[in-house]
Design a protein around this ligand. Structure first.
Ligand code: TXA
Ligand code: MG
Length: 512
């Protein structure tokens, strides 16, 4: 019976696996370590306990004494200890096969003993050896066997059971173990929904997923047809390019022609996070992603579910915000469900978005940083790293399409307070206030973004508040302008454009 512990272990054969097989060793001086042994065990020691399981039939045969074997074993353990590697126990079977003992490999006797005495979880453990018996031993214990071609490995390879893991030496065995574990953890730690979403994306599907800014509507950035569906679902004009999302900083470099030092500095400071960089694209990114522009916008989102999804899909994801074009951005899965739920293949729910407004889009294509869209990273913070940032407030047409004048709009007409002086008395009015209205007003509903006057909190609440006001069937939303600093700049930008686009339907907006 296999006892269930919790500790993963690696059971190491001795001769031919960690030291050269030179027949019966009587003297410590005869033990010669393979060059890869120390490094391999160092790589594994953070995650595994080590045991040696060795078969020394020479003892029963009378050609070598048990004390001689013990001395060599002690030497091996000491030498490894000097290198900082701990062997918990050396298990040694001294019998001949004809003795019919209970401890000879491939019987799992010693592995069960380790499970009992050291709390080893054999299911999470490995056996490395140069004899088919080592692989069988692993199988009998419910562990994973790895066969090395050192020692007698080459000679007995033909006797191996089909499907056995075979590697050159202990160094490669360690590599194999680490990869197997990384894969297992990836699988284990992943939500089933993320696995399903990644499978859909790999098959050309469209999936809505959470990021720290807003929910994105994702497709594989390498699949032009899937990206075309994103444009269709969103009713988004084809001239408005999409951001490509990566899960590792290094991946950004592989989809651009050049990654200047300032990009590296910005990425080191702000990624993962709400900063998108625009750089000259490489040929691999289909033109539809960049709307035919020679540049691509890239960011690494700061949300564990987004990162897991990109990694599991094994492709960068092109994703705009997951709202119909021109409408209020979604900061919860429910916002997405309501607006686009029927059109997308799956909506992943990662909770409300922490930042709440879209990423800052910064172009680095002309050598000098230029702001294309204010967003989650305040410009002031970018300037500390990148120097002065230029910003042309509205370009009309899309070399910087994020500057489309009408966007983020509720269906309810919206005005920004102070820009338009209207009497609100006779209408059903909703108020979007930063810290709360300064004077009592006769309004149907009030949304307060941050009673304490915190711009971050206000940003995180902005779109959800707009969604709520928009769902009340009001005649008008009056939004207070925010202080024009930090994230306030990005929020005012959203509010002004919401004001221009409000009341328009998707089809009206498309022609802009
Ligand atoms: O926070 C965000 O950026 C969210 C999440 C999902 O990552 N995404 C987002 O995407 O807001 P979207 O498509 O709604 O806005 C992307 C902005 C647009 O203003 C677009 O014009 C601009 O980035 N953009 C994308 N690619 C560009 C490019 N190649 N050159 C210039 N601007 C680009
Ligand atoms: Mg051996």
């Amino acid at each position: 019976m296999t006892e269930r512990g919790t500790i993963p272990a690696v059971f190491l054969d001795r001769d031919g696996t960690i030291i050269e097989d030179r027949g019966h060793l009587r003297n410590p001086s005869e033990a010669v370590f393979f060059p890869e042994t120390l490094r391999a065990l160092r790589r594994l020691q953070k995650s595994f306990k080590f045991f040696i399981v060795t078969h020394q039939p020479g003892i029963a045969e009378g050609v070598i004494r048990a004390e001689e074997v013990a001395r060599v074993n002690e030497h091996v353990v000491r030498r490894l200890a000097q290198a900082g590697i701990c062997i918990e126990r050396v298990y040694c079977c001294p019998h001949r096969r004809s003795d019919n003992c209970g401890c000879i490999k491939p019987k799992a006797y010693y592995l069960h003993m380790a499970a009992r005495e050291f709390g080893v979880d054999l299911g999470k453990s490995f056996v490395i050896g140069d004899h088919p018996h080592d692989v069988e031993l692993a199988r009998n214990a419910g562990a994973t066997g790895i066969y090395v071609l050192t020692g007698h490995g080459t000679k007995h390879r033909s006797q191996l059971a089909a499907g056995a893991l075979v590697v050159a030496d202990i160094g490669q065995a360690a590599q194999q173990i680490l990869e197997t574990c990384a894969e297992g953890q990836r699988g284990e730690g992943l939500d089933a929904a993320v696995v399903q979403a990644a499978a859909l994306l790999r098959a050309g599907g469209v999936v809505a997923f959470p990021t720290e800014t807003v929910y994105g509507l994702g497709a594989s950035a390498l699949d032009a047809k899937a990206v075309a569906r994103v444009f269709e679902i969103k009713c988004r004009p084809r001239f408005d390019p999409l951001i490509v999302h990566v899960s590792r900083k290094e991946d950004a470099q592989s989809i651009v022609m050049d990654f200047p030092q300032v990009a590296q500095d910005l990425v080191d400071r702000f990624w993962p996070g709400p900063l998108t960089l625009v750089l000259p694209k490489c040929a691999e990114i289909p033109d539809i992603v960049t709307a035919g522009l020679p540049n691509v916008a890239i960011r690494m989102p700061d949300h564990p579910m987004a990162l897991a999804l990109i990694r599991e899909t094994d492709a960068p994801l092109a994703a705009p915000s997951a709202n119909p074009f021109g409408r209020i951005s979604p900061t919860t899965a429910e916002h997405v469900q309501r607006q686009l739920g029927r059109e997308v293949d799956l909506v992943l729910d990662g909770g409300p978005c922490r930042v709440g407004i879209e990423s800052t889009v910064l172009s680095l294509v002309d050598g000098k940083p230029a702001l294309l869209r204010a967003g989650g990273v305040p410009v002031e913070d970018i300037e500390i790293i990148a120097g002065p940032v230029s910003w042309s407030r509205c370009s009309g047409r899309p070399s910087a399409p994020g500057q489309l004048p009408q966007h983020y709009a509720p269906r309810t007409p919206l005005i920004v307070h102070g820009e338009n002086d209207v009497s609100t008395d006779e209408r059903r009015v909703g108020l979007l206030s930063f810290q709360g209205p300064a004077r009592a007003r006769e309004v149907a509903a009030v949304e307060i973004l941050s009673p304490g006057g915190n711009l971050r909190e206000a940003a995180a609440n902005l779109f959800a508040s707009l969604h709520r006001l928009d769902s009340l069937g009001l005649e008008l939303i009056v939004a207070e302008a925010l202080p024009d600093i930090g994230l306030g700049l990005a929020m005012n930008d959203r509010l002004r454009r919401a004001a221009r686009g409000s009341g328009l339907r998707c089809s009206d907006v498309q022609g802009i």
